[in-house]
Write a new protein. Structure first.
Length: 548
């Protein structure tokens, strides 16, 4: 029991970390609920420096027989006083039952200020239910703001690896944030060099903008064709359609040690894109023709369920095929992250969902009632943006907002370009509110870019937001690398374009945003270096990025 740790040794440890006992002191009597997963937990208060929360008994192992923590640990959605913690018990991650007994279990979770868990500040037991494939989701509450913690899970003799996570600054605090954003990690298309770099980068936060898994069936391994490793032990995975398929797909991806390391290094904010369900799906329309709404509804329900089980996100479980994932995460007074979903509520792609078609866009695309965020989410986003007093408003979205057009031709109807009225409504709201501090971060297209997001066109166009498009972690680019200069020449609102793999690092304080585009030269090989290709800065009073 941690209350027994004597005050002197605790003070000595905290002094070594440069922390005062007053700042981290705790009470044994904390007894609030651990959150959305229905766990029970206790957290330290701030009054009594003499005592710690009671650490419950480690729940018994019913005979698991091998290390159940093969999928690592993760954390996310930090608040000033809480963070979501995640793990899943699966000694055989690719087996339908994960290699687990068919019963509901409990695990112990612990949050400490030290790696040896001598100073546990919040702890409890949380459910690992059978109907959730023994995924564990805990909202660890009662933490101190702006603080780093270690966390772990235990059952019987088994203990997970130690994860590192942190809380957000207190409301109103002017504290910088050093975060990375990333998207699109097709497991077979390349190695996770970029995740290793993320894990080693001492970030406060990682924002993941979707395509965590790809739903496709296994492809034959052939590095010459850009397929570098098997998907699953036998490389015979079907296209995901059932809950079992999607669960196994997340388990296969988490088999990569660099991905696990990135999760264990910092809290994440996660949203999905299309491939967590089906390429380019829209609402209840599958990519493929001839799939009934009934069939696709069941598939989307399975996919959303598996995503929710697998991610450290703070939200109630999906109700059938529906799950609202849009939310706002505040980082003191410096940044508000508005995370949105551009798949679940959108109208079907216009003009046959053509890509790289150089004929003028068809009239359908201009329809005023073509939703992209859906009316309710759009209203929440606009209300949040216009009410925000943060130095920066960050829209964490999936698809590219800057136009990718040639004359009247739209090159990709799946992007914001395919929903011009929805885009105009959002940008008008930002403009009318006089906001100059909006940064849109995007993924999906597997190339990196910097853009000026403009309202109006031609001579009347004016920039109302800055867009940073992050490239893919590993998914292959749709465009040859040597077209980069052509893109920036043809599209004057695009200042940077690069078709290599990587991620984007952002160092943000209240006066300046610095974005570094990290790239991997050869991502078809393991153990490759990651370097900065370009650096841009943005100021909150003037949308548009300039080279640093
Ligand atoms: Fe992708
Ligand atoms: Ca995508």
């Amino acid at each position: 029991m941690i209350c027994a740790v004597d005050a002197t040794s605790r003070r000595r440890f905290l002094a070594a970390l440069g922390l005062s006992t007053a700042a981290t002191a705790a009470a044994c009597s904390g007894d609030d609920d651990g959150g959305s997963a229905g766990s029970t937990g206790s957290a330290a208060g701030t009054e009594d420096a003499q005592s710690r929360p009671d650490v419950p008994e480690v729940p018994p192992d019913p005979g698991i027989g091998a290390d159940p923590f093969t999928l690592g640990v993760a954390s996310g959605d930090p608040l000033p006083d809480a963070v979501m913690l995640w793990t899943r018990l699966a000694p055989e991650p690719e087996a339908p039952d994960g290699g687990m007994p068919a019963e509901d279990l409990q695990v112990l979770w612990e949050v400490a200020t030290d790696d040896d868990f001598e100073d546990v500040v919040a702890t409890g037991t949380g459910p690992a239910p059978l109907d959730r494939a023994h995924a564990v989701r805990v909202d660890a509450e009662g933490l101190e703001p702006s603080s780093w913690y270690s966390y772990r899970f235990r059952i019987g003799e088994w203990t997970s690896q130690v994860g590192r996570t942190r809380t957000a600054p207190p409301a109103g605090a002017d504290e910088p944030v050093d975060f990375g954003f990333a998207s699109c990690q097709s497991f077979q298309s390349g190695w996770y060099n970029a995740w290793r770099d993320v894990a080693e980068s001492d970030l406060d936060l990682v924002v993941f903008l979707g395509d965590y898994i790809y739903e496709n069936a296994s492809q034959p391994v052939d590095p010459a064709e850009g397929v570098v490793r098997p998907l699953g032990a036998d490389n015979d995975e079907p296209e995901c359609t059932t809950l079992e398929d999607y669960r196994r797909r997340y388990a296969i991806y988490r088999g990569d040690e660099n991905l696990r390391a990135a999760h264990a290094a910092a809290p994440w904010l996660v949203v999905w894109d299309d491939h967590e369900v089906d390429n380019n799906y829209a609402d209840l329309s599958s990519e493929k023709d001839g799939v009934s709404a009934e069939e696709f509804t069941a598939r989307r329900a399975a996919a959303y369920r598996a995503w929710w089980e697998s991610m450290p996100v703070r939200m109630p479980p999906p109700e059938g095929p529906d799950l609202e994932i849009d939310r706002t995460v505040d980082w003191g007074s410096v940044a508000s992250f508005f995370l949105v979903d551009t798949r679940q509520f959108r109208a079907d792609q216009a003009c046959g969902d053509a890509t790289f078609d150089l004929s003028p866009a068809c009239d359908e695309v201009k329809g005023a009632d073509r939703q992209f965020l859906g009316t309710a989410q759009e209203a929440r986003l606009i209300g949040g943006l216009t009410g925000s007093r943060a130095a920066w408003n960050v829209i964490g979205n999936q698809t590219v907002m800057s136009p990718l057009v040639v004359g009247d031709a739209i090159l990709n109807y799946d992007q914001w370009d395919g929903y011009p009225e929805a885009r105009r409504r959002l940008l008008s709201a930002i403009d009318e509110a006089g906001l100059t501090n909006t940064v849109v971060i995007s993924g999906d297209i597997h190339v990196a870019g910097v853009g000026e997001v403009q309202l109006g066109d031609g001579a009347g166009a004016r920039t109302v937001a800055t867009e940073l498009v992050g490239t893919s972690i590993s998914s292959d680019a749709p465009i040859p690398e040597d077209l980069s200069s052509l893109v920036t020449e043809l599209l004057p609102w695009i200042q940077y374009f690069d078709a290599r793999r990587g991620w984007t690092r952002c160092r943000v304080d209240s006066g300046e945003w610095t974005a570094e585009f990290r790239v991997v030269d050869d991502n078809l090989a393991e153990g490759q270096p990651v370097s900065t290709d370009a650096t841009f800065t943005i100021r909150p009073d003037s949308p548009g990025a300039v080279p640093a």
